[in-house]
Write a protein that binds this ligand. Structure first.
Ligand code: ADE
Length: 231
């Protein structure tokens, strides 16, 4: 898979891409991630990437030309992407099902906006999908783009050592995860539930199912089917 990330603040995203699973995925050549500095596609001595909004109002708007040029350059070098994703608080809310779908694509372009927004013509002509990572406003799309990259990359085949572990994540089957423990079996007077130390696989699974249901019911009843929610 290839991911191109366009941003006016490359320094904000480069560090986090050099760690942990996202780093290993690149080293294993399961994914190629390239960060593109929007300013390199801007005109003039000042390489201006933003301007005042027509009609007035607070904040600056990212100009269309640098964004169109950045996407054209990616297109020429690597072929057309499957999706051009703009991270924005007014996008569709990111869910695990969308992450799963995107992890099966071959080439994604992510646009991290800043300032007040980006020129609407970019959204109309270039962008194929607009995603929000939640109902709160961050100062730019860089952190949301990193969230999306992390969520996608860990699902790309060959990236996670234990293939079953991504499938047992919270949300993958609509329920939150059960508690987990490791050694020592007793710590500061708190002991690991006996069932987890019993070696009885069936009992362990039944306990986990029950805990997942309990946690989901108390924290996220909205995730449960209607019948269950009303119980
Ligand atoms: N940019 C600013 N806030 C955002 C959010 N919540 N999701 C995606 N992009 C954003």
């Amino acid at each position: 898979m290839r991911i191109d990330l366009i941003t006016a603040l490359p320094g904000l995203v480069e560090g986090p891409l050099q760690h942990s699973i996202v780093r290993r995925a690149q080293e294993a050549e399961a994914v190629t991630i390239e960060v593109h500095d929007l300013r390199e596609h801007a005109d003039g001595k000042h390489r201006q990437i933003d301007d005042y909004p027509f009609g007035g109002g607070a904040g600056m708007v990212l100009k269309p030309e640098p964004l169109f040029r950045a996407v054209d350059a990616i297109d020429e070098a690597h072929g057309p992407p499957d999706d051009v994703i703009f991270l924005t608080p007014d996008g569709e809310r990111l869910e695990q099902t969308t992450v799963n779908r995107l992890s099966m694509e071959g080439h994604l372009v992510l646009i991290a906006g800043h300032y007040k927004g980006i020129d609407q013509r970019v959204r109309d002509e270039l962008v194929t999908r607009e995603l929000s990572i939640g109902d709160y406003v961050l100062s730019g799309g860089e952190l949301p783009a990193l969230v999306l990259v992390d969520a996608i990359v860990r699902l790309v085949p060959g990236v996670l050592g234990d293939a079953s572990s991504a499938l047992t994540d919270s949300f993958q089957d609509g329920l939150l995860d059960a508690p987990v423990y490791t050694r020592p079996a007793e710590f500061r007077g708190q002991t690991v539930p006996e069932v987890l130390r019993s070696g009885d696989h069936q009992r362990v699974e039944a306990w986990r199912d029950q805990k997942r249901l309990e946690k989901t019911r108390s924290r996220r009843p909205d995730l449960l089917p209607d019948a269950e929610e009303k119980e």
